[in-house]
Design a protein around this ligand. Structure first.
Ligand SMILES: NC(=O)c1ccc[n+]([C@@H]2O[C@H](COP(=O)([O-])OP(=O)(O)OC[C@H]3O[C@@H](n4cnc5c(N)ncnc54)[C@H](OP(=O)(O)O)[C@@H]3O)[C@@H](O)[C@H]2O)c1
Length: 283
């Protein structure tokens, strides 16, 4: 059995390979990378590296030769639908028997700037007829690093998401679940909603207070107040607008989900929000 992990030189892919090495023989693992140099340390661990780009079908054709099970890590927004089409087509052509795809929470029921590409890709995979599990990843706790660091500086966690909840978990926890699914050692359904326990930003502020030992209050701002606050901390307009866009999809409830899928896939509990914050912020 061969297992190929795409996005192998990225955060999630790197962690997934670390977990996968504990589950299957390293000689059965293949990493797909765009950049030879970035992948050098993977080769050093005995992992076979193949060079390929989602935008280059010839490279994918070579990379997927002899691959049984694929962990397909979604690419960056932009040209994602065309790139993902290449990945699924070439996986089908190569006879890949299983795809685990990193999707978006509740992907078939929400409609926002991030979910569209994931909905599209889920449908592609379904139409390909390849057995699959959609890893509907909720939200990395690491995504909040900018807001959290600002809060540690000012004593106030600024946000604009109202009382909406988010299913935060650590990137390495999503990766561990992905590696377990890829290994095929347990049967997995077509869809896994990988969401941590739902928490509001107010609760995130409380957890940050406990994790840091500093008094942190939470301040729910309107769109303008929020971007002004971010800019006041030195963020450029474009970055502030980007973070606002995410806050708005969260406020709409697009990351609100309660599911036991995550812990049942891992076979152990997720870290608490407080411990996760300690890890992310090295507190
Ligand atoms: N659920 C969430 O909270 C959340 C947050 C952010 C992103 N995401 C999604 O989850 C994915 C993985 O997250 P991450 O933190 O591991 O991101 P990351 O560190 O940016 O890694 C993305 C990986 O995908 C590779 N990649 C991008 N475009 C590619 C292409 N055209 N062809 C081949 N490889 C390509 C990158 O290659 P290089 O190493 O060469 O750049 C990198 O290895 C992201 O790409 C994004 O789709 C989810």
């Amino acid at each position: 059995m061969t297992y190929l992990v795409t996005g192998a030189t990225g955060g999630l892919g790197g962690y997934a390979l670390e977990y996968l090495k504990k589950l299957v023989p390293v000689s059965d693992i293949i990493a797909l990378a765009r950049n030879e140099e970035k992948a050098a340390s993977l080769r050093g661990q005995g992992i076979t590296v193949r060079i390929g780009d989602y935008g280059d079908t010839d490279s994918l054709k070579e990379a997927f030769k002899g691959v049984d099970r694929l962990l397909f890590i979604s690419g960056a927004p932009g040209n994602r639908q065309a790139e993902h089409t290449n990945v699924v087509n070439e996986a089908k052509e190569a006879g890949v028997s299983f795809i685990a795809y990193t999707s978006f929470a509740n992907a078939s029921n929400v409609d926002n700037m991030l979910s569209t590409d994931h909905q599209f890709t889920e449908q592609l995979i379904e139409r390909s007829g390849i057995a699959h599990t959609f890893l509907r990843n909720n939200w990395y706790l690491e995504n909040e690093t900018t807001l959290l660091k600002m809060a540690l500086d000012s004593g106030e966690l600024d946000y604009s998401a109202g009382d909406a909840t988010v299913g935060w978990a650590l990137k390495r926890e999503y990766a561990e679940a992905a590696a377990r699914v890829l290994s095929g050692q347990q049967e997995t359904p077509d869809i896994l909603e990988l969401s941590g326990e739902p928490h509001t930003y107010g609760e995130l502020a409380q957890a940050l207070s406990k994790a840091s030992g500093k008094e942190i209050s939470a301040r729910d701002l309107d769109a303008e107040g929020f971007t002004e606050a971010l800019k006041g901390h030195g963020l450029p307009e474009e970055a502030a607008q980007g973070i606002l866009g995410i806050q708005q999809l969260i406020k709409a409830g697009d990351l609100e989900l309660t599911s036991g899928d995550f812990e049942s896939t891992l076979g152990h509990p997720l870290r608490s929000l407080e411990d996760g914050l300690k890890e992310v912020l090295s507190l």
